[in-house]
Design a protein around this ligand. Structure first.
Ligand code: IFM
Length: 729
């Protein structure tokens, strides 16, 4: 891979005050699990976490389930001549430092090979100096395999090294304890732990094997199983040891412990290198499909590779019963729950570059139609209404209240009840997948049922009032305005969704009449229901100001207090925190792209060029970007409108959300939607990728200093490569 620098994220020196930030950035994963970049030796304030897709649990006393932090497989303690290696070691300058001295440290995440490396130069109390190099990866070739290699080099002296590699069963999610029936045991050179989630009953098992230059001894204590070994280094010499860990759960097979022990038990001394090679080969192949190469902007280049990397390590390749949470698998934020972020922000990258992953993610929704039907029924409607926050069960898992603040005050969360546009967001993703892949089998067997049953819900939910159809009590993408009437985003998308549903029925009748018949009976797609849909499409109320030629975000929006967001600059957090919940509800401050989001999704179908420009100019100055979902979408739409400066400013802002933590919460996990949005801003926004008469085509509006953007997409099974060149540079 050319120019390594554009494939690497680094930290140097050690920054103990930003532990959790870097843990998120340096997460490794393989679509089965991710492990945060915590260190092998523990530090105060850290949040080590390994999150496995699909393992949710509701802890005692907690309102909703969350993704479970499984037993920690990272721990490796190293002592040099009896001095424990620690980066908290002080007294750098002393020649006989008490507790040792850290002389230097650097970490690098190599995005190309999905490998985390660390080097530390350390002086023991004895005066011996060693260079310790740690490497780790979560194998993409074998997703149950986690590998660590440590190489210790005697830079000065001939130190005695002792090591202890452990598995810790007592992992927690902040204040919640999910794991019960914990067991830890070690025998020979293999250690193992098992645990079972307290409410959902998933069994998890990990087994580690230590490959050391000398004899390995087993030790058990409480909830930890450890393997230790000792060896002597010659002056100038070096030695490596490997820890291989296998992980399985009862989601994978009936006896996860046996499987984990079998995998490490069967490994040979050269296994690390063989696994590394297979892992690197898989990543090379993956990047050949997904990379976006940008010439003329190194920061943008690194940012897009970082974003793609983080989506790829969370992307389930072999499992169609899980989906990607709003924080990927890289942190505990949003409890691992799945939002619309997946379908509208993350999925397009998968649909266009790795359609089999997109199909898995959409199948996750199809498998949860019964939960969506239950939710619709609970609200008194037929059809399906997907949960705003989803986990393994498919039931609504949005908490009803925020956690209490310092004064014990809580705020009601309405999104689980009234942010219903999720239905059309999912339908949009299904249709986009179908359009790009031509996967008729998926549409026939799964996609159609999603699109149609969510349409059934809307057909009943739309209310006939004042000679038109309205949808009351909604939350649009702009969550600063709750339970409003006639969100233009929602109403317009519902109108679009219903017309797509009618066209889809036509297609089914022609291409798969048996399926058309089955769905017609099962979902009650009677002639009167379809006539009602047509009526709704014709008469849906789309709030619009004829005089100003703009869409109105919702009825009454412009009667609220006008607060230009630019008034509060410079500021670090969102305006919500600054002005408070009550005032924001009564103002025109918008949390995130809403009308602008509609324009991104529907393109020219959203309105004339004049209306689009008017919309953007109106809503941009009112938008706080209090959500990380906002800047990338603004970059995309501004690029299409030819607003080059705003487009680039918004792109840079989106690019910095994780890398520079410009929203201050990266410790909780990567912002999946922003990562996916960044890809869309480049591909759909700056490059103008669309399906033209003859297939995929571009219509570039590159930032002025970008020389070239190269990327590939798959359209109907065929790869298309684009080299978008900026003639002006
Ligand atoms: O889904 C988003 C929502 O649009 C804004 N708040 C955060 C959620 C999860 O990212």
């Amino acid at each position: 891979m050319s120019n390594k620098r554009l494939w690497q994220i680094s930290e140097s020196p050690f920054q103990p005050e930003r532990l959790r930030h870097f843990e998120t950035l340096f997460a490794i994963g393989n679509g089965y699990l991710s492990a945060r970049g915590a260190f092998e030796e523990a530090y105060p304030g850290e949040t080590p976490a390994t999150l496995v897709h699909g393992i949710f649990n509701r802890a005692a006393g907690k309102p909703v389930p969350e993704l479970v932090n499984v037993p920690n497989w990272l721990p490796i303690r190293i002592s040099i001549d009896g001095t424990p290696f620690s980066m908290q070691a002080k007294a750098r300058d002393s020649l006989k430092p008490e507790g040792g001295a850290l002389l230097g440290h650097g970490r690098t995440l190599d995005l190309g090979s999905a490998t985390l490396r660390r080097q530390a130069l350390f002086r023991a109390e004895s005066g011996s100096i060693v260079r310790i190099c740690f490497k780790r990866f979560a194998s993409l070739a074998n997703v149950h395999l986690l590998a660590q290699r440590v190489t210790i080099e005697a830079v000065e002296g001939a130190p005695h090294i002792s090591i202890r590699a452990a598995l810790h069963a007592d992992a927690r999610n902040h204040d919640a304890c999910h794991l019960g029936s914990k067991l830890a045991f070690a025998d020979g050179d293999v250690a193992a732990v098992t645990a079972t989630t307290s409410q959902s009953g998933y069994a998890i098992a990990l087994a580690s094997r230590l490959f050391s230059p000398s004899k390995v001894q087993a030790a058990n204590c409480d909830e930890m199983a450890a393997l230790s070994s000792e060896f002597q280094l010659e002056s100038g010499g070096s030695a490596s040891f490997d820890k291989l860990t296998a992980i399985y759960s009862s989601r994978d097979l009936a006896e996860p412990l046996d499987a984990a022990k079998r995998m490490v038990g069967g490994a040979s001394a050269g296994a690390y290198e063989a696994h590394r090679q297979a892992h690197a080969d898989c990543w090379r192949d993956t990047w050949s499909k997904c990379d976006v190469a940008i010439e003329g902007d190194d920061r943008a280049q690194l940012a897009i590779r970082f974003a793609i990397y983080h989506l790829l390590i969370a992307a389930p390749r072999q499992d169609d019963d899980v989906s990607i949470g709003a924080k990927t698998l890289s942190g505990l934020g949003y409890k691992g729950h799945v939002f619309w972020d997946t379908e509208l922000f993350v999925l397009p990258l998968m649909t266009l570059t790795q359609p089999s992953i997109a199909r898995n993610l959409l199948t996750y929704r199809h498998r949860r139609l019964s939960g969506a039907r239950r939710k619709a029924r609970e609200f008194g409607y037929a059809g399906a209404l997907f949960p705003w926050e989803s986990t393994d069960t498919g039931l609504e898992t949005t908490p009803k209240w925020t956690d209490p603040d310092a004064d014990g005050a809580r705020i009601r969360i309405w999104t689980g009840e009234t942010e219903q546009h999720i239905n059309s967001d999912i339908a949009y993703a299904v249709l986009q997948y179908w359009r790009w892949t031509g996967d008729d089998a998926f549409m026939r067997d799964k996609g159609a049922e999603i699109v149609l049953d969510t349409a059934v819900f809307w057909g009943e939910r739309a209310e006939r009032k004042r000679g038109r159809y309205e949808i009351s009590r909604q939350i649009g993408p702009d969550e600063y305005h709750e339970n409003i009437d006639n969100s233009v985003f929602t109403n317009r998308l519902v109108q679009w969704h219903l017309s797509q549903a009618i066209a889809l029925i036509g297609w089914l009748r022609e291409k798969a009449p048996d399926v058309a018949q089955r769905l017609s009976a099962a979902l009650d797609l009677s002639p009167s229901r379809l006539a009602a849909w047509r009526d709704i499409i014709e008469n849906m109320h789309i709030p619009f100001d004829d005089e100003k030629q703009i869409h109105v975000q919702f009825d009454g929006f412009f009667d609220l207090e006008y607060i230009p967001v630019s008034k509060y600059q410079p500021r670090i957090g969102g305006i919500w925190g600054l002005l408070g919940h009550e005032r924001i509800l009564q103002s025109q401050v918008i949390k995130q792209a809403d009308v602008v989001m509609l324009m991104a999704l529907l393109g020219d179908e959203a309105g004339s060029a004049e209306v689009m420009r008017n919309n953007f100019n109106t809503y941009y100055q009112r938008t706080d970007h209090g959500s990380s979902l906002s800047p990338a979408i603004h970059a995309w739409v501004a690029a299409r409108l030819g607003l080059a400066d705003i487009a680039y400013e918004m792109f840079e802002r989106a690019a910095a959300i994780d890398l520079e933590d410009n929203q201050g919460n990266v410790a909780d996990g990567i912002h999946a939607a922003s990562c996916g949005g960044l890809w869309q801003a480049i591909v759909f926004g700056f490059c103008g990728l669309h399906i033209g008469q003859g297939g995929p085509a571009v219509d570039p509006k590159l930032p002025k200093h970008w020389r070239r953007v190269s990327f590939s997409v798959t359209y109907r099974g065929k790869a298309h490569h684009f080299d978008v060149v900026n003639p002006a540079v």
